[in-house]
Design a protein around this ligand. Structure first.
Ligand code: BG6
Ligand code: MG
Length: 214
């Protein structure tokens, strides 16, 4: 029985995944190469520094630790330029309603985002008080696909992993949920997220009646 739903943030509650992509693409372009949407799939759900390592590898670029820090800060500043202009209306349609429905059914609701900007984003969306537990990139050591973030969220929620359902748009996130022993709804393409228990095109397409079937 599912007693808690744990939501990823970027690409599941709001399209900040696109802002991450645009910022990484700008960095790649500045470094002299192109970053495609297909390349970007590898970056989803992964921490900032790990994403940078992947980007540099794609461009065949080596950098010192100091240079990497400068590059990561640049990317984060560009990402935050988008976030600063974000409107509460940018939350994906139907998401607030889904969270409300889950809570009304007595299902606990958690947020598990690898992003160190997660708290700022949920505040801007006005949903910071909707969650029974929040775990972000500042609170974990191992980034997805490691299960740490989901296990910590479940612990904070007081629900065993087997009774948790994760909503994820990233391949790394789906793997992390499975590694945690949780059920997972993929948000996006079934080709990309074929390891999830169920895939929906949009978060709000998930029907609460499915909870009993998972
Ligand atoms: C994840 C995103 O939620 O957070 C990744 O899917 C991003 O694309 C990661 O790299 C870390 O985000 P931030 O905001 O800490 O750089
Ligand atoms: Mg995501």
């Amino acid at each position: 029985m599912i007693r808690a739903c744990i939501f990823d943030l970027d690409g599941v509650l709001v399209d900040t995944a696109h802002y991450h992509f645009l910022a990484w693409k700008r960095l790649a372009n500045e470094l002299g190469f192109e970053l495609t949407p297909a390349d970007n799939e590898q970056l989803k759900g992964v921490s900032r520094m790990q994403s940078l390592d992947i980007v540099l590898q794609l461009g065949g670029i080596t950098a010192t630790e100091h240079e990497k820090e400068v590059l990561a800060n640049k990317k984060n500043a560009w990402f935050n330029d988008f976030v600063d202009r974000m409107m509460p209306e940018e939350i994906f349609p139907g998401v607030k309603q889904l969270i409300r429905e889950l809570k009304a059914k007595g299902v606990k609701v958690g947020l598990a985002s690898s992003s160190k900007n997660a708290k700022t984003v949920i505040q801007l969306l006005g949903i910071q008080n909707e969650f029974d537990a929040i775990v972000d990139g500042t609170m974990i050591v191992n980034s997805k696909p490691h299960p740490e973030i989901f296990l910590l969220t479940a612990e904070k929620l007081g629900i065993v992993p087997e009774e948790c359902l994760v909503f994820e748009d990233a391949e790394a996130g789906v793997e992390a949920a499975l590694a945690a022993g949780m059920k997972c709804v993929g948000v996006g393409s079934p080709l990309q997220l074929n390891r999830a228990h169920e895939v929906v095109a949009k978060t709000a397409d998930f029907k609460i009646t499915e909870l009993a079937k998972l």
